[in-house]
Design a protein around this ligand. Sequence first.
Ligand SMILES: C[C@H](O)CC(=O)SCCNC(=O)CCNC(=O)[C@H](O)C(C)(C)COP(=O)(O)OP(=O)(O)OC[C@H]1O[C@@H](n2cnc3c(N)ncnc32)[C@H](O)[C@@H]1OP(=O)(O)O
Length: 751
Amino acid sequence: MGSNKKGRTVLEVGADGVALITLINPPVNSLSFDVLTSLKESYDKALQRDDVKAIVVTGAKGKFSGGFDITAFGGIQGGKVEEPKPGYISIDIVTDTLEGARKPSVAAIDGLALGGGLEVAMACHARISTPTAQLGLPELQLGIIPGFGGTQRLPRLVGLSKALEMMLMSKPVKGQEAHALGLVDAIVPSDELVTVARRWALDMVECKKPWVASLYKTDKLEPLGDAREILKFARVQARKQAPNLEHPQACIDAIEEGIISGPRAGLVRELENFQKLLHSDTCKSLVHIFFSQRGTTKVPGVTDLGLMPRKIKKVAIIGGGLMGSGIATALILSNYPVILKEVNEKFLEAGLGRVKANLQSRVKKGKMTQERLEKTLSLIKGTLDYESFRDVDMVIEAVIEKVSLKQQIFADLEKYCPPQCILASNTSTIDLNLVGEKTRSHDRIIGAHFFSPAHVMPLLEIVRTQKTSPQVIVDLLDVGKKIKKTPVVVGNCTGFAVNRVFFPYTQAAILLAEHGTDVYQIDQVINKFGMPMGPFRLVDLVGFGVAIATGTQFVENFPERSYKSMLVPLMQEDKRAGEATRKGFYVYDSKRKASPDPEIKKYIERARSISGMKVDPKVSLFLSFIKGSLIEVLLRVVLLVKLKLSKLSSKDIVEMIFFPVVNEACRVLAEGIVVKASDLDIASVMGMGFPPYRGGITFWADSLGSKYICSRLEEWSKAYGDFFKPCAYLAERAAKGASLSAPVEQAKSRL
Ligand SMILES: C[C@H](O)CC(=O)SCCNC(=O)CCNC(=O)[C@H](O)C(C)(C)COP(=O)(O)OP(=O)(O)OC[C@H]1O[C@@H](n2cnc3c(N)ncnc32)[C@H](O)[C@@H]1OP(=O)(O)O
């Protein structure tokens, strides 16, 4: 192998007449073009050699293969990597060389066989796996469909319904289940894998075991009429779940073609669709998300210092409210012993009750057995004092957002906890320097900002101050990984990354509503764009109390660019406080179904009259002179009509809501609150539900161009005020025609 090659295979022929072909391309033996070419060469050699009777394919270091090399996608999309001719891999190599070989082959699967990895394994004539190996076709999570015959072979091995589930949900199965499904032929422990596979291959030669070409199997396929019904249902479901996405439909098309016109025709359709999708914006965005997610744990000056995470054996949580109990649930689910502290018996009982309810809901959903619930629950102990804190390795404070209370707690923690104990706060807005003001432990104070519900939401914002030690960050990154969260390391500022970047989201929606855009139209458009819910529905869910409290933080800290409105407080005054009170921007029935409420117009009118439309200051002055006259009334009507945004297109609504968010993201980048733009993309996707298939907030913005965004913001800032005024970073990038995600040169980094 030349040194510039990316991966290879190794062929070893044993005395038993079995050729062992090993895929080698660390870390997951991905199938680069070099590996695939080498696989074909090894096969050709094995087929030519008279001393080879059968073939076993396996992967180096306990991993079969993680699939096609995703790092090659960018090069292919940009035309920098030369692709083999269409069909060379799927038909010439996988189908005609591997499956069509005149010598039998067995795939010996350990670790993982995903995507192209499983497709290679399915082209072998039998599969032996370890019980814990993961097998699946998760290509759809990358905006493509299986491209090496997976849409044809998987349904023929496991049946149409299961294959659709595995592909459409990108859901792998473990070896044991794969065996039950018929995807693998035997389960063996890891240390016997290759030996058993060799024996199996020789048994095939001796006709003691069946020699099966998956592509032509029909016994698992449903009768044609049933198959059509299953596919029709899958189409409707996929359309409902992902209305903006084409690739799930393209996957079903390829499967359907194979069932109706035969597997060779299906392979051709799969190939055509795969090629098209590979160049789609959806694929580019999702591949960006894939790498960005893995990139969040690479923090310059922290994770490159060679520090090893310390072992966290016991965690204490202060506060058993919604957040504290959610965090406790996440920790015990990953086997961390937890102490939950509350101020009195009643609150403690309620907190422990919430943890139990969180686990019970998992049992109800079939994600956990009752037996496991009991075991998990035994990991948490309640307490009312700090005595049991003397041997904890980490504390997470999750009490209400009150500075003096937090300061007292941190001072107490310094007294009771061991000197190396990590002192974390789950605050979502308060400056961590302020939290630790009464301590001398600034190097071990860190933010661990979870999103509600903490045991479900995937993001963990790790907030560091200038004084937080790299060791403490490395420790928390490790805990984050163990509790299956995606951590993003951010700097200390109001709202940190997610809440700060998204504060204009609700404010923009309120501005539009006060200027005449229909509340429900806004929500519908934003929902259609791909957000899980529109801004008004979100405020209802969060609750008006929280919305006002956090909103106030932003108005106080960023007054020059905040849109101040009385809409939410006015509604709260009337005891409309969101979903919890069954009345907010929507009214809710007993099943939490939201319906629009015509009453809303009344509040908007009142809020509008209080905030007053932003008009030219000269006009304002003139109006004050003619106050009370008929001319004033007429002029105000004319101005209102002029300013009214009642006929906005969907595109305008999306842009007027999200461009201010992009503008704030630019400020966060300029201030160095995040290390790189892709961290904000992950934060927006995992913290706010920004559609991953748009690549995250900055990736999406760059797809539209800094120039365009800046010019639109300028236009609106003239009409509606500084809320829309482009920040210096955005204006600069726009002037240069540069992307927003390009690294910041001399940022005043807070990291
Ligand atoms: C034609 C075909 O049908 C098309 C395809 O096959 S497309 C590819 C389909 N395969 C996939 O989608 C699997 C993607 N990978 C994964 O889901 C996970 O990485 C995994 C389950 C394999 C391993 O997970 P985990 O152990 O948590 O490790 P993880 O950090 O994700 O990955 C380890 C490294 O392998 C890399 N990697 C994983 N899969 C890769 C792949 N298919 N190609 C290239 N690199 C890959 C990751 O980028 C990461 O690199 P880094 O260390 O430089 O950040």
